[in-house]
Write a protein that binds this ligand. Structure first.
Ligand SMILES: [Zn+2]
Ligand SMILES: [Zn+2]
Ligand SMILES: [Zn+2]
Ligand SMILES: [Zn+2]
Length: 494
């Protein structure tokens, strides 16, 4: 039996939202949800053509029946693709050849709305009970340029070109677009590519930039499991974070307004220091000790001023956004590097370049440190047993820095915490052993020092055991469990 430990309430601020129906322990399963529809993201998120069965990137391989992108014969028969395949074949509407198979493909924008509509036909009862009343923010969406693009690429395309007018009205298709735009979540596909899905129950959970629930996607059927991240009292609202947890306030609030149509005023957004994490804090270059903070983080255009009273440096919210966007674009390039010595060295260079601009725990620097914490010990020339103590210490320092921030912004068990705890165990273990081998610490001291990595592994294994066993996090969880057994055995042998 699936768990169901929630009730649905309604108020003016959140609309519908979820509260717990009983007291929950951290890690406890609250409910599961099946996606109503799964499919590619919209072209405006820069998704190149991908296989409509498995979502891997494709080039020039098309379905032999309908002429839309699939990677091979097996995916032509994928249950995800069969229904639309029939519609495209019947209407003789083929995917138009593209010159560049790596650039965004708005032709695929119709796929997920079509799948949502076909799911509505198949399960009208669930549509009526769970999707009909979903937020679609029609008035706000009508103001945007994407509205007329959707009208052409999706609504007119499906109704007129694909001859679905007798099955779906243009209003219904536009409603499907709205449901997706407002309620869909980004999920990893089986192959690790980013796609989107609508989970009707999960979509009711309210947002906070300090969430109290976590969700795990199972890869074989994209079912989602929702768990308590921390202990939650009976009757408390369940909060999911709809945006990237490590982003700074300006970026999170802009994303939430753009894609979810609300202005977040959660405790983290309201605090210029982001609850003391300093994810948004800039260093002042006009004085020695000042930092620059927003005078009102709930207003994106508010001024930013130096905290040092005698300094008085000021800048505009607009200038701050522009500066962040420029640096972020540079940092995004780092993610394109293959894992190798370059991936480490270029990240270290970027930290050096910006260490006088940002607080050491600013989102930009912390994200790079998060990546480095995973790269040290993993790539050629930087394998864990050839890292000098100095670098082992740095790896441990970056892990602790990320964990300290996670304590505040995603308290309790989260994937990111599990991954960082796993990374932290290795340098702690190697540093202790190195010190013992050169006679710096006694045998008893070594045993004592190995308790912390032991605990890191136990926590990482526990947190990550909830992830899909095929996902990168699930695999790390299994490795953590093995390392835990090995470390226990070697502790007994000391
Ligand atoms: Zn495929
Ligand atoms: Zn097909
Ligand atoms: Zn917020
Ligand atoms: Zn200053």
């Amino acid at each position: 039996m699936d768990a169901k430990h929630y009730n649905v309430l309604r108020d003016d601020k959140y609309g519908r939202y979820l509260v717990t129906s009983k007291e929950l322990d951290g890690g406890e399963l609250i409910f599961t949800d099946q996606p109503f529809a799964v499919g590619p993201k919209a072209g405006k998120y820069n998704t190149p053509p991908l296989c409509l069965g498995c979502y891997c990137p494709v080039e020039n391989t098309l379905c032999s029946r309908c002429g839309w992108p699939v990677c091979g014969a097996q995916c032509e028969r994928d249950p995800q693709h069969i229904a639309e395949c029939e519609i495209f074949s019947m209407a003789k509407v083929r995917f138009q050849p593209v010159a560049d198979w790596t650039s965004s493909a708005p032709q695929l924008d119709c796929i997920t709305p079509l799948r949502l509509l076909l799911a509505k036909e198949k399960d009208p009862e669930r549509w009526r009970q769970e999707l009909e009343m979903m937020e679609v923010h029609t008035e706000s969406r009508q103001q945007r340029p994407t509205w007329s693009m959707d009208q052409v690429n999706i609504v007119d395309f499906l109704v007129d070109h694909c001859k679905l007018g007798d099955r779906f009205s243009k209003e219904t298709v536009q409603k499907a677009c709205g449901i997706l735009e407002v309620n869909a979540v980004e999920i990893p596909s089986r192959g690790g590519f980013s796609i989107r899905a609508v989970y009707p129950r999960l979509a009711i959970a309210a947002h906070s930039c300090v969430p109290n629930i976590v969700h795990t996607i199972l890869q074989d059927n994209y079912k989602v499991e929702i768990r308590a991240a921390i202990p939650i009292k009976k009757g408390e609202p369940l909060y999911l974070c709809y945006t990237h947890a490590l982003s700074p306030t300006i970026v999170r609030r802009e994303y939430l307004l753009e894609s979810k149509f609300f202005n977040c005023d959660c405790p983290r957004c309201s605090d210029p220091t982001e609850l003391g994490t300093h994810l948004s804090t800039i260093k002042c270059n006009k004085c020695d000790n000042g930092v620059i903070l927003s005078t009102n983080p709930l207003d994106n255009d508010a001024q930013w001023i130096c905290t040092e009273k005698t300094c008085g440096f000021k800048t505009s919210g607009g200038a701050m956004r522009k500066m962040l966007a420029v640096v972020q674009a540079e940092v995004d390039q780092l993610d394109l590097l293959e894992p190798g010595p370059q991936a480490i060295e270029q990240r270290e260079a970027t930290i050096n370049k910006y260490k006088s601009v940002f607080h050491p725990r600013h989102s930009i620097l912390l994200s790079i440190k998060y990546a480095l914490a995973q790269l040290y010990g993993r790539v050629e020339g930087y394998s864990i047993d050839e890292l000098p103590d100095l670098m082992l210490e740095r790896k441990a320092e970056y892990c602790r820095m990320v964990l300290k921030t996670l304590d505040v912004i995603t308290p309790g068990d989260s994937r990111m915490r599990g991954m960082m705890l796993y990374e932290l165990h290795a340098p702690l273990m190697y540093l202790a052993r190195n010190e013992y081998s050169i006679g710096l610490i006694t045998k008893d001291k070594l045993k004592e020092r190995l308790q912390e990595p032991l605990q890191c592994l136990a926590d990482a294994a526990r947190i990550l055991s909830r992830e899909d066993p095929q996902s990168p996090e699930g695999i790390t969880g299994q490795i953590a469990a093995q390392c835990l057994e090995q470390l226990k055995a070697s502790l007994e042998a000391i």
